[in-house]
Design a protein around this ligand. Structure first.
Ligand code: SF4
Length: 373
């Protein structure tokens, strides 16, 4: 018989209460959505704080990559394909210019939202006389299918503007900063399905912080939270797999093989955060004939004053790193709402600001009084 969410909550409430706050970070937009939509924060004892961390690939996609995609779509004779979330993410240009892919499309660029590499290949095959560029931004779970697409062979007219990122280096960076801002980690289930749960061993072994892999249902998330709380109580830390139905030791070897064949890992830029060592995917040299960065001119514009940064006033980088909660940004719910997003965290379905707003957590709070950490 499986343990229900209600039973896990009872188990958590039965644990000895801590005097100090216990901060549990998640690093997955899907986790944050489930936590918020199920109202888990209100259901847990007061001493537990759930901190959304670096779980939104759209939010950390470098501003200059989005700028490049917009310029390619506007100035080259191409069809530009991107995951739907990317279309509304703004870059820092004067208002008269296209600030998003959506605005570039309104100016006549052929930009189409896609949901999968399969759709990308189909569009390329349907348009053999046209160059097709796939702007592929995402974490391991999104990048692995892109790698599979490359390995299986793509149409000659298709190239990729890759902006892939790995999740664990961002967590490692937080832990190595000396001020991680969390006491326990709920590790992402989907990423672990591909890369293997062992990828998160370093959290326990190197940093002595309890961790548990969770799926997306409240009962799986609560099981992982219970595990880390119990580990803290007992002072005995280990990586617990609370998503064993899908997460297997060693992960998905086939997906890893595709990633190893088509991609290499490099020190990559995260928007508003900076360079994180070994955190980005780039196409392997043997696939350079499909690399849009090599096939088309660079539109990098050194004159743009805020290139690489978040929009003015937007605290997305702090939200992504779990340093503040979404409603601690001054613009949350005021200038910035899903209909009129200022920063990427309010655009993407995986962005904490959008999730909190959609989940009814709309009350703005004073950042000075209640900052995380
Ligand atoms: S509320 Fe808007 S401006 Fe503030 S951090 Fe979130 S996305 Fe950025």
């Amino acid at each position: 018989m499986t343990t229900t969410a209600k039973q896990w909550l009872e188990h958590i409430h039965a644990l000895p209460h801590q005097k100090d706050k216990v901060k549990i970070m998640n690093v997955c937009g899907g986790h944050e959505r489930s936590i918020t939509m199920a109202g888990l924060r209100k259901a847990l004892p007061e001493y537990i704080e759930l901190v959304p961390g670096p779980g939104c690939p759209v939010c950390v996609c470098p501003e200059e990559d989005i700028f490049e995609a917009i310029q390619l779509a506007l100035h080259e004779d191409i069809i530009l394909l991107a995951f739907g979330d990317m279309l509304r993410v703004p870059v820092n240009v004067p208002k008269a210019r296209a600030r998003t892919l959506e605005q570039a499309r309104a100016q006549g660029a052929d930009i189409r939202p896609v949901a999968s590499p399969t759709e990308v290949v189909a569009i390329a095959k349907d348009n053999v006389d046209k160059a097709v560029v796939f702007f592929a931004a995402g974490f391991e779970t999104t990048t692995a299918p892109v790698a599979a697409m490359m390995v299986e062979g793509v149409p000659e007219n298709l190239s990729v503007l890759l902006s892939g990122r790995l999740t664990w280096p961002a967590v490692a960076m937080l832990l190595e900063s000396g001020e991680p801002g969390f006491d326990a980690l709920v590790a992402p289930g989907h990423v672990s399905t591909i890369m293997g749960p062992e990828e998160w061993d370093f959290v326990v072994n190197k940093h002595n912080i309890p961790a548990a892999v969770a799926g997306f249902k409240p009962e799986s998330l609560l099981a992982a939270m219970y595990s880390t709380l119990r580990q803290l109580n007992e002072g005995r830390y280990f990586l617990d797999n609370c998503y064993p139905e899908l997460v297997k030791a060693g992960g998905n070897k086939s997906a890893q093989s595709h990633l190893n064949k088509a991609m290499s890992v490099y020190d990559a830029n995260w928007r508003g955060v900076g360079i994180i060592p070994q955190s980005g995917y780039m196409l392997e040299k043997s696939y350079s004939q499909y690399d849009a960065r090599k096939l088309f001119p660079s539109y990098a514009d050194d004159a743009r004053k805020r290139a690489g940064q978040m929009p003015p006033g937007c605290d997305c980088a702090q939200v992504v790193l779990g340093k503040i909660y979404p409603n601690q940004c001054k613009l949350f719910g005021a200038a910035c709402k899903p209909r009129n997003p200022i920063g990427p965290c309010m655009v993407s379905d995986e962005g904490a600001c959008r999730i909190w707003w959609a989940g009814g957590m709309r009350e703005s709070v004073n950042v000075k009084k209640k900052a995380v950490g």
